[in-house]
Each structure stands twice: as C-alpha cells, then as structure tokens.
Design a protein around this ligand. Structure first.
Ligand code: IDP
Length: 141
C-alpha cells in the first residue's frame, strides 16, 4: 500500500446541490484526508487548460461551459491508494453506469453534469495538484 495524493473537484452541479459536506464525509469515511482545499469559479482559460487533454473530443466545449457555470470545490486528498480509492468512491463517468452508493450514482444527473472529477493516475494527480495549488498550500498531517 502506498500513501498517495490525488485531486478531487466537486463540480458546479454538486456545489449547486449543496452536497459538499456529504461528499467530504465519503472521503473521510474511506480514510482519505483533505490536505488542501479551495473554492473557485474557474475562468474559461483555467477550465480549458485543465481539460486540455480532451481538446479534440466532441464534448470539449460543453465540458468547459459546464465547468465555468458556477463555483467548484477543489481538494487534494491524501491516503493509502488515494487515486484508485477516490475513483472507486466517484463511480463510472456516466451516472447511469455508476455503481449504487457511489458519488455519481447518488448526486450526478448526466454524463455532462457528473458531480465530481478525480485524477485517473498518480502522474496526472501530480500535474493537476500543481495546476491548482502551490507547495505551501498543502497541509499534510
Ligand atoms: P472521468 O471524469 O470519469 O475521468 P473522462 O473520460 O476523463 O472521465 O472525461 C472527463 C469529463 O468529460 C467527464 O467527467 C464528463 O464530465 C465529460 N465527458 C466525458 N465523456 C463524455 C461524453 O461522452 N459526453 C459528454 N461529456 C463527457
């Protein structure tokens, strides 16, 4: 088992549903610790940069519009196997395919508005963490 860090973003739909606390509770119950957090209304440039890997995908513009439609809550989670653990808590990208009890099954309404983002690898977790946080903003226990 490895102590890892990963990026989680509570997307505008879930922030609007007022379920930040419920989602944080799931992280904590799964043994993940919040070591940095900020609420932010992303600019178009920030959202486009964050999702640059999807630039050529047909849903890119819709994804960017959605991500700037309201504030998001961004956190760095730390724990054993944090990357995979967070992905398991999130559930499948399409909430219709997400396992019961996952965040997306419970709080997402569509594949566009799917409640949360989570890094999909340790490498991307490091890149995404640096995208939103400076080293001094991380508060490990
Ligand atoms: P992930 O968020 O589960 O890692 P990705 O494939 O990395 O999924 O896609 C990033 C985001 O782009 C998804 O969370 C979702 O909001 C959006 N997305 C992915 N595939 C589609 C699609 O087929 N239609 C619309 N939006 C999509």
């Amino acid at each position: 088992m490895a102590l890892e860090r990963t990026i989680s973003i509570i997307k505008p739909d879930a922030v609007a549903k007022n379920v930040i606390g419920e989602i944080y509770s799931r992280f904590e119950k799964a043994g993940l610790t919040v070591v940095a957090a900020k609420m932010k209304h992303l600019s178009r440039k920030e959202a486009e940069g964050f999702y640059a890997v999807h630039r050529e995908r047909p849903f890119f513009n819709a994804l960017v519009e959605f991500m700037i439609s309201g504030p998001v809550m961004i956190q760095v989670l730390e724990g054993e196997n944090a990357v995979l653990k967070n992905r398991e808590l999130m559930g499948a990208t399409n909430p219709k395919e997400a396992a019961p009890g996952t965040i997306r099954a419970d709080f997402a309404s569509s594949i566009d508005a799917n409640a949360v983002h989570g890094s999909d690898s340790l490498e991307n977790a490091a890149i995404e963490t640096a995208y939103f946080f400076s080293a001094t903003e991380l508060c490990p226990r």
